[in-house]
Design a protein around this ligand. Structure first.
Ligand code: ADP
Length: 382
């Protein structure tokens, strides 16, 4: 078993609160990513699970046992870090088996466990090599091998792929998932890369400023973000935000008017969120669930192959002349991701609409999500 519970965990360093009242409940075998911007408290959280850092308040439990005061070696977990510290003067076999030998395992046991790890990690034929004779990916696999042979209840990984080149990183993502499934070991994985978190995890824990913002399966975080921070952090390119107000059963901002009569919303300022892929050209014969109708100038077009990013400036934000003169702040852009063969060009003014089933509204003050998807049909008359 390898369930894990963090209860009201807080870590303060003099005047910095690195982790603030964090609660996490993780089941055996889950792959959980801790993701958030640099300095948000991911590593500190992982270190408290691992026993490398003592929490100021709160408890850590593994399989229901309070381990808050136990040293790392008594926690039945293994850690893999960003900086792969293999012993340079030892062979792959010696590196992988080092921990077992320290623990006093006998030769047969060591051989059996290393053989298992080698098979899982596809390191056959490399046991006698020195670390300097391995590629970056192979070295990373040896580092994982050292963790695997200990047969831990919980794996802790802190940006283990950060030092690999982009192609190898994508490959190792799949490898890590395969290994984790095969070993059926609870895994807590720290990354600042939301795409890595989204592609690998059963659930993603999004942290900002030491606080847990949401923990949910990747697609729930994407389609039902708890708040504006999660909405902006998950998804690439990021969600667009438009500030407006609710009044008289309508959302209004920058030429967008949306009927909100079917929603139970208080009047006042709100922020509308719409992802680039949920904005369409009105001329593209939009489906009936579209709303909006913003006139916007096409500032920059970026073809990226399977789609095209179009940086728009709503007419309400800037004069077309200013856009053409390159005087527009990038903050003013609304980003649309559309079919690459769309017939538009830079400098043109287009009308765009939003897929209303994918419109989000957030409280302008707290940032909390109010609505995901807007139904605007009037209720059938009884
Ligand atoms: P992340 O892993 O998300 O980048 P960290 O958990 O490393 O963030 O750090 C969270 C916050 O705690 C940061 O503001 C960092 O500067 C602070 N911090 C981390 N470790 C220490 C320490 N040993 N002493 C003082 N401040 C620290």
């Amino acid at each position: 078993m390898g369930s894990l519970r963090l209860e009201n965990i807080t870590k303060r360093y003099s005047d910095v609160t690195a982790v603030d009242d964090m609660n996490l409940d993780i089941e055996h075998g889950e792959f959980i990513s801790l993701v958030g911007p640099s300095g948000c408290g991911k590593s500190t959280t992982l270190e408290m699970i691992g026993g490398l850092t003592m929490p100021t308040e709160g408890t850590v439990a593994i399989d229901g046992n309070d381990v808050t005061d136990l040293p790392p070696k008594d926690r039945d977990l293994a850690m893999v870090f960003q900086n792969i510290a293999l012993f340079p003067h030892m062979t792959v076999f010696e590196n992988i088996s080092y921990g077992l030998r320290i623990q006093g395992a006998d030769d047969d046991e060591i051989q059996r466990r290393v053989d298992d790890a080698v098979e899982t990690l596809k390191l056959d034929g490399m046991l006698e090599r020195m670390p300097s004779e391995l590629s970056g990916g192979q070295r990373q696999r040896v580092a994982i091998g050292r963790a695997i042979v200990r047969d831990p209840e919980v794996f802790l990984m802190d940006e283990p792929l950060a030092n690999l080149d982009a192609k190898l990183r994508v490959h190792m993502r799949t490898e890590l998932q395969r290994i984790q499934r095969k070993l059926d070991v609870t895994t807590i994985y720290v990354t600042h890369d939301q795409e890595e978190a989204m592609t690998m995890s059963d659930r993603v824990a999004i942290i900002n400023d030491g606080r847990l913002q949401q923990i949910d399966p990747p697609l729930t975080c994407y389609s039902e973000p708890n708040n504006q921070f999660v909405a902006g952090f998950i998804g690439s390119p990021s969600m667009n935000f438009i500030e407006g107000t609710i009044g008289q059963n309508r959302f209004e901002a920058e030429g967008v008017t949306i009927d909100t009569s079917r929603l139970d919303l208080d009047d006042g300022p709100v922020t509308l969120g719409i992802r680039p892929e949920d904005i369409y050209l009105e001329s593209d014969d939009p489906a009936p669930e579209m709303v909006g109708g913003i006139a916007a100038a096409v500032d920059v077009i970026e073809p990226i192959g399977e789609k095209m990013f179009v940086y728009l400036v709503p007419e309400a934000r800037a004069e077309t002349d200013a856009i053409l003169d390159g005087e527009v702040d990038t903050q003013e852009h609304l980003l649309m991701s559309i079919d690459p063969d769309a017939d538009i060009e830079e400098g043109q003014v287009v009308d765009v609409t939003f897929d209303r089933s994918n419109i989000h509204l957030f409280d302008a003050d707290s940032g909390d999500a109010l609505v995901h998807g807007i139904e605007t049909e009037s209720a059938p008359t009884p």
